[in-house]
Design a protein around this ligand. Structure first.
Ligand SMILES: [Zn+2]
Ligand SMILES: [Zn+2]
Length: 360
C-alpha cells in the first residue's frame, strides 16, 4: 500500500454515468516524463459525451480531462528546459512521431495518435503525468507570466477553433455566421471578431444559450428554432439576399449543416466544426449549391502545437478575453455538476480548479 503522500485525489470514470472521486496513486516521474500539479482543467463537450456514453479509446477506470493548466511538480531524467514550478499547459495529441502527418507536426492527424485525457490519464486529478513521447514532441508549453490558470485551460478549446478558422481565411468585413451558441460557438465568435469580421450572426435553438451569447456582442442573435424566421431566411435577410461569406457549424446537428450550405454566399466557406452522431452521420443537400456557387466545405478536428501557441498569444495579449467564456468554477468533487451545467445549456465553460491541495 503506497504511503499517504504518494496518493492523490482523482475523478475516475468507471463507465457511463459513473464518476467516482477516489484516492489513487500519484504518478511517479519516470525518465523523460514531466509530472504536473494540476491547477485548472476545463470540462469539454467531449468529456460530457464520454461521461454519458463512454468512448472507444477511453477504457475505464480512466481519468479524463485534456484542457489542462498547472505547475510542473517533477521533471524526469533527461528532460531539459523545464523545472519544478514552471507554469504550463499541455498539447493533447501524442503522435507516433514518424508518419507523414507527424513529420509535418500535425500530430492530431496521426493514425496512431493517442491523447492525454483519453488513452492517457488526464487533468481531472491533483496530478497528471506527461508521457515521455509527449515531452519529446514538445507537448509541454510554458504560460505567459500572470495568465490565470483557468484562462490557460481555455487554450486547448481555443486552439481547436483556430484550427477550424485557419481553413476559412476570414477577411476583414466578412459576414460570419456561427451556428450553435455553446462554449465553442462563442469562442468562434470571439475569434471571428478578432479577425475583423464584419457582421457576426449567432444562431441557436436554445434560448438560454442565445441569452448567454449576448455577452460576446454578436451583431445579430437568431433563434433558428423559430419557424417564423428560419435561420436561413434570417441570414439571407441580413446579407441583402447574398448569404454569408463564412458559416461555422459548431453544433452536432444535421439540420444546421444543411442550413449552413444554403446560407453560404457564392464562394462562401463553411466549416463543419462539430461531428454528427456516429450512428447517423449522413446529410443530404443540393450538390449544385456547392458546384455553381463555388461553396467550400472544410472539416476541423482537434488542433496541433502551433495552434496552442497561437491561442496562448491571443489570450495572453487580451485579443481574446478567455474569462468571458468561463461561467462556472467547481472543485473536483463537483465534476458531474460541471458536466451537467454545460450539457443543459446553463453555462458555457466550467473549470475544475484545484486550490491549496498541492502544498503550494
Ligand atoms: Zn476540448
Ligand atoms: Zn504519426
Amino acid at each position: 500500500m503506497p504511503e499517504k503522500d504518494e496518493m492523490m485525489k482523482a475523478a475516475v470514470f468507471m463507465g457511463p454515468e459513473r464518476m467516482e472521486i477516489k484516492e489513487v496513486p500519484k504518478p511517479k516521474c519516470g525518465e523523460g516524463e514531466i509530472v504536473l500539479a494540476v491547477k485548472a482543467c476545463a470540462i469539454c463537450g467531449t468529456d460530457g459525451r464520454i461521461y454519458f456514453h463512454g468512448q472507444k479509446n477511453v477504457v475505464p477506470p480512466a481519468i479524463l480531462g485534456h484542457e489542462i493548466a498547472g505547475d510542473i511538480e517533477a521533471v524526469g531524467d533527461g528532460v531539459e528546459g523545464f523545472s519544478p514550478g514552471d507554469r504550463v499547459t499541455v498539447v493533447t495529441s501524442i503522435g507516433c512521431g514518424h508518419c507523414r502527418y507527424c513529420q509535418k507536426g500535425l500530430l492530431h492527424m496521426c493514425p496512431d495518435a493517442k491523447h492525454i485525457g483519453y488513452e492517457y490519464p488526464g487533468g481531472f486529478a491533483e496530478y497528471t503525468s506527461v508521457p515521455a513521447e509527449a515531452v519529446r514532441q514538445d507537448a509541454v508549453i510554458k504560460l505567459p507570466e500572470g495568465m490565470p490558470y483557468a484562462e490557460a485551460a481555455m487554450v486547448e478549446p481555443l486552439s481547436c477553433c483556430i484550427n477550424g478558422q485557419e481553413y476559412l481565411n476570414i477577411q476583414p468585413g466578412d459576414t460570419v455566421v456561427v451556428m450553435g451558441a455553446g462554449p465553442i460557438g462563442c469562442m468562434h465568435l470571439m475569434l471571428a471578431k478578432a479577425a475583423d469580421a464584419g457582421k457576426t450572426i449567432i444562431v441557436d435553438v436554445d434560448e438560454k444559450r442565445l441569452n448567454m451569447a449576448e455577452r460576446f456582442e454578436p451583431d445579430r442573435i437568431v433563434d433558428g428554432g423559430d419557424p417564423a424566421v428560419g435561420g436561413v431566411e434570417k441570414v439571407m435577410e441580413e446579407t441583402g439576399g447574398l448569404g454569408a461569406e463564412i458559416v461555422i457549424v459548431a453544433c452536432g446537428s444535421h439540420q444546421a449543416q444543411m442550413d449552413a450550405l444554403r446560407m453560404a454566399a457564392k464562394m462562401g466557406r463553411v466549416s463543419f466544426f462539430a461531428g454528427l452522431p456516429k450512428d447517423k452521420p449522413t446529410i443530404t443537400f443540393d450538390s449544385n449549391l456547392v458546384h455553381y456557387r463555388e461553396v467550400s466545405v472544410f472539416g476541423a478536428f482537434a488542433s496541433y502545437r502551433a495552434q496552442f501557441v497561437k491561442a496562448l498569444e491571443l489570450i495572453g495579449s487580451g485579443k481574446i478575453d478567455a474569462a468571458t467564456v468561463i461561467t462556472h468554477h467547481f472543485p473536483l468533487e463537483r465534476i458531474v455538476e460541471g458536466i451537467l451545467t454545460t450539457k443543459r445549456g446553463e453555462g458555457l465553460k466550467s473549470v475544475i480548479e484545484f486550490t491549496g491541495n498541492h502544498g503550494t
